[in-house]
Design a protein around this ligand. Sequence first.
Ligand code: SAH
Length: 358
Amino acid sequence: MDLQLLETMLADRGEPRFRARQVWAWAARGASGYEEMTNLPAELRAALTRELPFSSLHLREQLHAHDGTVKALFTTSDGRPLEAVLMRYRNPPGGGNPPGAGAGRRSICVSSQSGCPLTCTFCATGQMRFARNLTVSEIVEQALHFRRIEAIDHCVFMGMGEPMLNLDNVLAACERLPDIGITHRRTTISTVGWIPGIERLAECELPLRLALSLHAGEEALRSQLMPVNERYPLSDVLDACRAFYERKRRRVFVEYVMLAGVNDRYEQALTLAHALRGPREDAPPIFKVNLIPYNPTDSGDGAPFAGSSRESIAAFRAALESRGVPVTVRLTRGREIAAACGQLAAGQPGPRLGAAPA
Ligand code: SAH
């Protein structure tokens, strides 16, 4: 629900202050309507049901992939599209999981804007029209939606939009996430490298994680892929991330989408390693690289990019590791429902619910 309106409405009715907290506590635990909130007077529940929509987001469509990934397409009350994804990971077999680890990690990927004003050339969201920043409630409601399905414990701001361009609302939404089950340490904000945002996050008290979408280890190529590099060049962005590390002592995740023949050559891995390691070879690594298999986005105009082969990804990984850079390769989730990163453009054609190939 719109949390601001809730407060106003309760105050106008002369309700005690703790009522807003009670309503929120129910919502954060996955209640699906006011009628479940049994510690509120029945008359108040009825008034809330009449006057305050339980969610300001309308669920338009929900797609399920065979790997358990769920993608939800919403519109805001003024008709702006946005998407969010739930990813389910199994605990590794063979035990060793902490007690209560349950079914394994449940991670949500949320949007911070409807559309995106940045124009990264390979990203589907970058190709659609920018609508507006999402409100705090619209961000929180994406999490609440999935919380109503099951318990969730990780959140990444890797859906639509650039979180650093809506940082007030993103941070206010982050303050609410622990009540829903997601601690700050399990919340990651991803950026194209918007330096003022990285600096603010470094100053912010919340122990949130930072991820940087890099995609190239050299200025010219990065400018081609991500025009924002003209404004905030790679070298300055990496310095801002180093300052973040100095302040927070938290490693920065680097996202690197693997594009065949564009950024996946051996020399490019060495250039990247050099850029990330910095001048001091013996320093502990500040960056951890996540290589992302590219998801073709069929933007309609004959997508100019193709994903790198498995072999090129493995070779790129080995080259980085040989230079002391920690690397993981991202599992691709929800590919058949176009739920993978960079594909969260509403209106993109995709198989309907249940029609996904095995
Ligand atoms: N604007 C922020 C938050 C969005 S994160 C940022 O760019 O970091 C979305 C991630 O998915 C980014 O790392 C983006 O580069 C990546 N991405 C975009 N299009 C993709 C595609 N087609 N395949 C795989 N990853 C993609």
